[in-house]
Structure formats: C-alpha cells, structure tokens
Design a protein. Structure first.
Lengths: 311, 342
C-alpha cells in the first residue's frame, strides 16, 4: 500500500517538476541573455491556459473538445502574446535595473488578472481531460492516470528538444553566445534584437504549454499564475539563474520534494510525535520544505546549484 | 513655485495636514477619513522602513510584507491567548521580528541583485504558508482581535487615539531615520549602495552594516504590522501576501526612492488612488464606472507601469527637484556628502 502510494506520489512529483521546468526554462533563458526578470511569466501561463480551455470548450472551425486544437490555440496564443508584449513594452525595460523590471511586470500581472476576470469571469473555468487520455497506464504494476503520464512525456520531450536546440543548432550557439556577451554578439552582426524577441516568444509559448497541460488537472482562474510563478522563481534561484540545466534539475527536485513531502511528512511526523501536534505541524512544514531547501542551497552556494560561468 | 520651496517645508506641510485630518473628519462628520488615513500612515511607515534599505542601501527586498504579518500576528496570537497588554504585544512582536530579521537577513544578504529579490520573496512566502497553516489561529480565514491592544495609560478603543499613535510612530521614525541617514552609519550604508567593493576595500565590514540596516527596517515594519492589526482588529494572512510587498515597493518608487519623505507622499497618492478607483461614482458614464469599480486593479497596474516608465525620480523626488533627483536616477545615490535628504 505505502509502496504504491509512494510510486504514485513520486510520479506526481516528477509530473509537477516537468510543469515547473516548462515555466522555468523560458524565464531563465530570458534572464540569462537579457538580464531581464519577467514576473508576468505567470500571467503568460494563465493566458495560455485560458486560450486553450476556451478553444477546447468553444471549439474552432466547428470542432469542439479537441485537445489538439486547444493545444494549437493555447501555444500560438501565448507565443503571439509574448512577442507583442516584448516588442511593445518590455524592450524598453532591458536597460533598466532589476527593480524597475520587477515593478513594471508586477503592474502587468495586475492588468492580466483583471483582463482574465473581465473576459472569463471570477469563477474557475474548467477543461476536461481529453477522451483518449481518460484511462490509466500501467507503471511498475501501478495504475497511473494517462493524462498525467502524458505531461511527463511532453515535459521530457521539451527538455530533450531544448537540449538539442541549445547545444546542437546554430540558433542555440547564438543563444549561448548571447548569454555570455550579448553586445559582442550584436557587434558581430547578429540581429540580437530579433533573437531576443524570438527567445521571449519561445519562453512564452513554453509557459503556454505548461498552462495547457495544467488546465485539465487544475482549475483555470484569474491569479492562477502567481502561486506557480513563485515556485518557479524558487526553482530558478536554486538551480542557478540563467542555467537551463540548473532549472531542469532544480525543477525536478522541487517538484518531487514538494509533492512527496506533502503526503509523507505528516505521516512520518505522526510516528515521532503526538497525533494532534503532527496534524497541525505536518502540512505547515511540508509547505515550507521547498523554501527551506532553497534557503539551505543559497546559504551554502549563493549562486545556486549550477551557476552560469561567464554570465 | 514649488521648486523654490525647501524640501523640508513640503514634508512639514504634509505632516501638518496629516495631523489635522481627525479634526477635519470630526467637523465634517466623516469618521471614515480617520480610518482611511490611519491605513495610509501605516503603509507610509512600512514604506519609509523599507526605503531605508531599498533607497539608501540598494537592497531590494520583495518580502517586507512578512514583517507586517509578524507584527499583526504577534498582537493577534497573544490576544487570542488572553494577553491583552499592548506592551507585551509590542515586545513580543519586536522580539519575534528581531529573530526572524537576523536569520533571514543573514542568509539573504549573502546574495546580491536579482537573487536577493527572489530569496526575500521566498522567505515571505514561507511566512505566508506558515500562518495559513496555523489552524488554531484562524488559518486561511485570519484571526479577529476582539479588542485592541491595551496600553493602560491610553485606550486604543478610540479611533482618534489610535490615529495619533500611528502619527507619532511615523513622525518619530522619520526623525530617527533623518538622523540615521546623516550619521556615519548612514554614510557607510549609502557608500555600500553605490560601490560595495570600494567600501570593502576601505575596510568597512559592509555585511554587518547592511544586516543592521535590514534589521532596523524590519523592526519598523513589524511596528507597522502591529498597528495595522490594531486598526483592522484583524490579523490576516493576506497582510503577508507578496502583492503587499510589491505594493510597498511601488509606493516607494512612486514617491521617490532615496528620499526620506518620498514614501509618505507615495503612500498617500497610492492608497487614495485605490480608494478612489474602487468606489468612484460621479455618474458620468454608468457602464464604464461599474467596470472601473470592479476592475480597478487593472488601472492600478497600468498606473504602476506608466510611473515606472516615465517618472524615475518619483513624485516627491520630482518636487524637490533637479539636482538631487538627477543624481538618484544616475544611480549615484548621493554617496558624497552635502546632499540633503529631507
């Protein structure tokens, strides 16, 4: 019983970790190259989820409840939104200090939340799990929901794709070069502005993918971006700001610790202390775990687990 | 015309107006103003406190709402346990704040720039989840205070008395900070903002100075939180929400960071704007007004973006004018002597 519970929770943790990675990848890339911090990344996730859920429920070209169409609309929508946002507003902030960037994107969060509330209302907006993925798959003799398993697969696919893109392609080479010295790359004749815009758009699209995936398992509602954004910030800081590799490992660590801790910490505490006390303290400590991990990591390595060199 | 006024006079003028608010409220029989401006002054106090490390020390803490919560919950929890003495509340709040600020500061200040912003945010979130999980003390719903803190010699049950207590706290903090900033301590702090490496090379133990400033700033915020719980008779987890930390920074930047009095102006403008937008009904465009009243946060968001993009010096910084403001915007942070920080 406990074994199967553990495996399920571990898988849930990995699945959550991949969702976090989808968010963290875009954010950390943008930070690594443009030294720009975008708190509104959570809003892009929210908008992606809304676009997808809207397309799923209302249909496009008369096809309703198609997950592929939802995916197309969600991802394209957040990509376009990201590019427009970058071109119109955010480029003006690149040269500013971090404080201005944090505040301006903080303002953007307020705007996006109200826009979502205005268009789709306050109450949560639901999106069904696609019919084909309603069942379960068999992993190590344990039935695990197919949809959640698909999130793991998509996350792993995106991680591999990112690795290929950054390590093996010309664009990836430019991205890496931009991360270590953007003005120099520009001086060598690369259109660094276009690269920035593209990168920001890809980051936004990945946030949209995360929103799309999260739609059927969480409720889509205004303000859904902030809680995950803060966890993503924890991931990025723990992994080392600007490092994709760091974001990947930290996302999985944080996802697993958070999910497994929430289930097993109260059980473990019950073994060693009084029941009533454990019941009160268990969930409290579990929700603090990831922040504690981050604090410990930063106390030992202020630059994070995988600091970027030449940054 | 205004630019010819000395900065100190603007500050004194604003404080005189603040002191006169309860009298005006009594004459106009609008007791609501007393509560509104109590709230404004509490946020002004928190913003002035954060500005000590943000504007003068260059440490952007996105987690100062945590200390508001510490103050509020110290009062709330002790009242729930049957201890109503205000002195005990204040002592407990300050002691808890000191412990937290030393621990959090010691870890956070090892980092710089962006990571510092994020780590302070994360610590504040930790505090938020901690109070949410305190099921015995209200958890998610917050903790109502049946009575306000009891100081014996004066009763806070009266809103006007509480108002003047907050006023005195704010005025005392402004005076204390004005002395602090011009002291050797203040010079070291400002030096560390403009060039930490040089200060280290000169032999200053910068970390200790920054930690001390962080703790002072946190403790003033704790007092603000204590006052906030007394004003609302409620300790809510929402005081610790990260949006509140963001709001406090917006207030500072709006008023003018790196000026002592700027955050007070920022708090007045920001909170009045909030109040106005959420209840504005002049009857001109019925449909639009309803949308504004419902979605005023979006307008606040737009306002924040516009302020950040245009007014680098903040309102008060603009007002006290040219030379000082320009140096702030250049990041020079007035590290050399002779600049007034009124």
């Amino acid at each position: 019983m406990t074994w199967s519970l553990f495996v399920v929770q571990l898988l849930n943790g990995i699945q959550y970790g991949f969702l976090l990675f989808l968010m963290a990848a875009g954010l950390t890339l943008v930070f690594g190259i443009m030294s720009f911090v975008n708190l509104a990344h959570g809003s892009l996730y929210m908008m992606g989820a809304y676009f997808a859920a809207w397309a799923f429920n209302n249909g496009l070209f008369g096809i309703k409840e198609s997950f592929l169409i939802a995916a197309f609309v969600g991802v394209t929508g957040s990509f376009v939104l990201g590019v427009v946002l970058e071109r119109t507003l955010l480029t003006g902030l690149y040269a500013r200090d971090h404080l201005d960037q944090v505040l301006a994107t903080f303002g953007l969060i307020l705007v996006f939340n109200e826009v979502a509330r205005y268009i789709w209302g306050v109450s949560p907006y639901y999106m069904q799990v696609p019919k084909a993925l309603e069942g379960t798959v068999d992993i190590l003799g344990i039935a695990y929901p197919s949809y959640r398993f698909m999130i793991i697969l998509v996350g792993a696919g995106v991680a591999l794709g990112m690795y290929w893109l950054i390590q093996k392609t010309r664009i990836g080479m430019l991205i890496r070069a931009g991360a270590s010295n953007a003005p120099m790359v520009g001086a060598l004749g690369v259109n660094i502005k276009l690269l920035n815009t593209l990168l920001f758009g890809v980051g936004a699209a990945l946030a949209g993918v995360a929103g799309l995936m999260a739609g059927p398992i969480l409720s889509v509602q205004p303000g859904m971006g902030e809680p995950i954004l803060i966890v993503v910030l924890v991931v990025i800081v723990t992994g080392g700001i600007g490092s994709i590799r760091g974001a990947f490992y930290a996302a999985l660590i944080v996802g697993v610790i958070d999910t497994v801790g929430r289930v097993f910490l109260p059980i473990m505490l019950r073994e060693i202390m009084e029941r009533s006390l454990a019941q009160a303290a268990g969930p409290a400590i579990a929700s603090l775990l990831i922040y504690l991990v981050m604090a410990v990591v930063l106390a030992i390595k202020p630059e994070g687990l995988f600091p970027v060199k030449n940054g | 015309m205004l630019k010819t006024l000395k900065p100190a006079w603007i500050a004194i003028l604003v404080m005189v107006v603040l002191a006169a608010i309860p009298i005006y409220a009594a004459l106009a029989s609008q007791p609501f103003y007393v509560t509104l401006f109590s709230r404004i002054m509490i946020f002004a106090l928190a913003a002035v406190a954060l500005n000590l490390i943000l504007g003068f020390g260059g440490m952007v803490s996105l987690g100062h709402a945590f200390y508001l919560g510490v103050g509020a919950y110290a009062a709330g929890i002790l009242t729930a346990e049957g201890i109503t003495s205000g002195w005990a509340h204040l002592a407990a709040a300050l002691a808890a704040g000191l412990v937290f600020a030393l621990a959090i500061g010691a870890v956070s200040l090892r980092t710089h720039g962006m990571i510092f912003i994020m780590i302070t945010l994360a610590f504040a979130q930790m505090g938020y989840f901690l109070v949410v999980s305190l099921k015995n003390y209200g958890g998610d719903d917050g903790l109502p205070l049946p009575t306000r803190s009891d100081f014996g010699i004066f009763s806070l049950a009266n809103n006007t008395v509480l108002y003047y207590l907050i006023f005195v706290c704010l005025a005392a903090t402004l005076w204390f900070f004005s002395r602090l900033i011009e002291s050797r301590f203040g010079y070291v702090l400002r030096g560390a903002k403009s060039n930490e490496r040089r200060m280290l090379a000169l032999g200053f133990p910068v970390f200790r100075y920054k930690l001390a400033a962080y703790v002072i700033s946190a403790l003033v915020c704790v007092v603000a939180g204590f006052l906030l719980a007394n004003l609302t008779k409620f300790s809510s987890p929402s005081y610790m929400a990260w949006v509140v930390s963001g709001d406090i920074i917006v207030i500072i930047v709006l008023g003018g960071m790196g000026t002592l009095f700027g955050p007070v102006v920022g708090a007045i403008v920001f909170l009045l704007l909030e109040e106005l937008l959420s209840s504005w009904k002049p009857g001109w465009f019925p449909g639009i007004e309803e949308v504004i009243n419902k979605h005023w946060l979006a307008l606040i968001g737009v306002f924040v973006i516009v302020v950040i993009l245009t007014a680098k010096q903040g309102l008060y910084g603009q007002l006290v004018g040219g030379r000082l403001g320009k140096r702030m915007a250049n990041g020079g942070a007035a590290s050399s002597g002779g600049t007034r920080h009124a």
